[in-house]
Write a protein that binds this ligand. Structure first.
Ligand SMILES: [Zn+2]
Length: 250
């Protein structure tokens, strides 16, 4: 009989303190791991949040003027809700991270410069091309640092989390941070969506635990990133076992 595989509610106090957050665009950091940024900031960790693209493509109507500056201002105001964070902008063109060949090197540079112990980064299961490119570049960089803890987060799609974190106490801060992204909320009610996603993450936690909001991550040591990727190949073998009869039909 199969055993349950519910991801455990993890203790954030066990997480290391030198924190880097990689966000393809301004707002991804809040949607993906804003509660944990708030946790680290409250603990005095001073997380370093790195925006990889310039965010210039964040207006489907094409009418916005100087969207890059606007989204920078929004990001500064959003992260100020969480407390003391450092912000870096790589300013690669929005929508073109896939062609940014320097991206893995730039990410590795910041991980080394900050002596990062933990990095929050997009999951490779994301759908947006920039998010997928960010996941790939971050994986290349993170894999070069032994023992680095990687926390894969989802924005476009939920990750198959192996760790959940109770962010209920940071709900108001996360909502307030999202509300600063007015240029994006104009097209999508990010607060409503974020609240729904974080509430849905509590599906396997008894109501009696009093956990209203969770963020979920694929938490791995950098040495395990390759094995994690290979698990999806393992899934294919589990569901479609190779025919042992030798009759391939080919
Ligand atoms: Zn994004």
């Amino acid at each position: 009989m199969p055993t349950h595989r519910f991801p455990p509610l993890a203790d954030p106090n066990r997480l290391p303190r030198r924190v880097v957050v990689l966000a393809p665009h301004p707002d991804d950091e809040v949607l993906g791991c804003g509660g944990m940024i708030a946790f680290h900031a409250l603990r005095g960790d001073v997380p370093v949040v790195v925006f990889l693209s310039d965010g210039a493509a964040g207006d489907p109507t094409g009418n916005a003027r100087d969207l890059t500056k606007l989204r920078r201002d929004e990001a500064r105001a959003a992260l100020a809700e969480f407390g003391n964070c450092k912000i870096e902008h790589f300013d690669f063109p929005d929508g073109e991270l896939d062609g940014a060949h320097e991206l893995p090197g730039r990410i590795l540079g910041i991980l080394e410069r900050t002596a990062a112990e933990i990095v929050y980064m997009p999951s490779p299961l994301e759908c947006h091309a920039d998010h997928m490119a960010a996941a790939r570049a971050a994986t290349v960089a993170a894999a070069a640092i032994p023992g680095l803890r990687t926390m894969l987060y989802g924005v476009n799609t939920a990750v198959p989390a192996n760790e959940l974190y109770d962010i209920s106490q940071f709900r108001a801060k996360k909502d307030a941070a999202l509300r600063h992204y007015k240029s994006q909320i104009a097209f999508k009610d990010l607060v409503k969506i974020s609240r729904a996603i974080d509430a849905a993450r509590t599906v396997n936690i008894p109501d009696s635990a009093g956990v209203a909001d969770c963020e979920g991550f694929v938490a791995l040591s950098s040495e395990d990133l390759r094995d994690h990727a290979a698990r999806f190949r393992g899934l294919e073998e589990l569901l479609f076992p190779p025919n042992g009869s030798g009759e391939s039909g080919a």
